[in-house]
Design a protein around this ligand. Structure first.
Ligand code: ZN
Length: 148
């Protein structure tokens, strides 16, 4: 697979990234938003579905809620991990309080829960707060060598 497709977290547009160009600074062709921001964006359920179904890179979602202390503690670790992955992993956040239907579809039983998707299907799930190093290790261990 030579072509990378990345779904915009803001407008849901599907962007094709040529393999030759660095993806870090890439912008959405539809709305102009940076595709890889410095911190993982919150997405709604519909956008998350598009990320999983239309994107070609692994999708890592952190399911959280504003009232959840461990979730807030994990936020900086998740941000740092996502910066380390850069454009190799699509890191996003799902607020289970405002996106209850999406959280229910993912059968979230406790938060924080991280789920990793690749090729349209779930390849890993972990509940409980993690450090940056633990997140990076957990994700890398689950990805095929080519993707990690
Ligand atoms: Zn966009």
């Amino acid at each position: 697979m030579s072509e990378t497709r990345v779904v915009c977290t803001r407008c849901g547009g599907v962007n094709r990234l040529p393999p030759a160009r660095p993806a870090e600074g890439a912008k959405c062709g539809k709305c102009g938003a940076r595709l890889f921001a410095d911190h993982p964006d919150d997405v709604d359920g519909a956008n998350l579905d598009r990320q999983i179904a239309k994107g070609t890179i692994p999708v890592l979602v952190d399911v959280w809620a504003p009232w959840c202390g461990p979730c807030r503690m994990m936020t900086p670790a998740f941000e740092a991990a996502s910066q380390r992955f850069g454009p190799r992993v699509r890191a996003v956040k799902l607020n289970s309080e405002t996106e209850q239907a999406a959280a229910a579809r993912l059968t979230i039983r406790s938060i924080p829960t991280m789920i990793l998707f690749l090729g349209g299907r779930e390849i890993g799930r972990s509940s409980g707060a993690m450090t940056t190093g633990q997140i990076v290790e957990w994700v890398s261990a689950r990805l095929p060598a080519a993707a990690a």
